[in-house]
Write a protein that binds this ligand. Structure first.
Ligand SMILES: C[S@@+](CC[C@H](N)C(=O)[O-])C[C@H]1O[C@@H](n2cnc3c(N)ncnc32)[C@H](O)[C@@H]1O
Length: 272
């Protein structure tokens, strides 16, 4: 039987991207870009270390270190995977005041293997095709993925952890399919902790998000769910603790816009 969450995402899929950008005033685009730029730096540094280790030990043939195997988990319409490819393959001139242009010139570029965009909503995955992303859309459950161990170098999870019934299960499963030395980046709305965020999520958001969602998608309940799921989810520090219990090292926690969202960068140790 279809889960109610899956049915809900199927129902809003065609308006999902537009509403994401509109409700976040395009901040979601900047958050994804930041995450991909940080990941590029982390992966560059990690792979260079792996290469020099392999050369030193000489008994191990290094795999093609310019290639990145990407899984966009709970990837929905594929926006995160699309941003990742642009940034990893050619740099990305976003025109903002940040240092990204010079940073990207300085860092190496990669070849991203056809990405895997994994999601349990067929409706969301159907929106990937018109974007012509070099990716395979795979219908899957984040807590039980149809992949062998160590298949990916990077896993993205944009606003998905909060939606799975068992975040620990999804973390463990991500750890299993991630190669040693790989990264999991979780971009998420965590349960509010400070006064500003409590006010935003408990007072402001319930007033305007369901109304806007209903106006543009006709699905008020989906946008009520969005706000409630944030309040019900873990605070970011508890999520990081859980990730550590699952074997990850927490490399960085980046707060966006005063804590409206966070980017959590997790690393699977190279000797795991
Ligand atoms: C808020 S959307 C995020 C989509 C996209 N990652 C983004 O950055 O916009 C959450 C996605 O998680 C998916 N999802 C929820 N539970 C899931 C599960 N157990 N397994 C796989 N996907 C799931 C939903 O279908 C939905 O597409």
């Amino acid at each position: 039987m279809k889960s109610p969450v899956r049915k809900m995402f199927d129902g809003i899929a065609s308006r999902y991207d537009f509403l994401n950008h509109f409700l976040s005033c395009y901040q979601d685009v900047l958050w994804r870009r930041y995450c991909c730029k940080r990941l590029k730096k982390m992966v560059s540094a990690g792979l260079l270390a792996e290469k020099s280790q392999a050369v030193e030990s000489q008994d191990k043939t290094p795999r093609d270190l310019n290639k990145v195997r990407l899984l966009d988990l709970c990837g929905g319409t594929g926006d995160f995977a699309n941003t990742f490819r642009k940034i990893f393959e050619s740099g990305y001139k976003c025109g903002c005041a940040c240092k990204c242009v010079s940073e990207n010139k300085a860092s190496r570029n990669f070849v991203v293997d056809p990405a895997v965009i994994g999601d349990f909503s067929y409706g969301m995955l159907a929106e990937v095709k018109p974007k012509k992303i070099d990716a395979h859309a795979v219908q899957l459950d984040a807590m039980k993925m149809p992949f062998a161990e160590r298949q990916f170098d990077v896993i993205l999870n944009g606003f998905g952890m909060r939606n799975v019934p068992d975040a620990r299960g999804a973390l463990l499963e991500s750890y299993r399919v991630l190669d040693a030395g790989g990264y999991l980046c979780v971009l998420e709305f965590f349960s509010p902790r400070n006064l500003f965020n409590k006010f935003f999520y408990k007072v402001l958001a319930p007033l305007f998000i369901p109304v806007m969602g209903a106006f543009f998608s006709g699905k008020r309940e989906a946008y009520e769910y969005l706000v409630n799921s944030i309040i019900r989810f873990l605070p970011v520090d508890q999520f990081c603790k859980m990730a550590e219990e699952c074997g990850f090292e927490v490399k960085q926690v980046k707060m966006f816009d005063g804590g409206i969202s966070f980017g959590v960068f997790l690393h699977k140790p190279g000797n795991a």
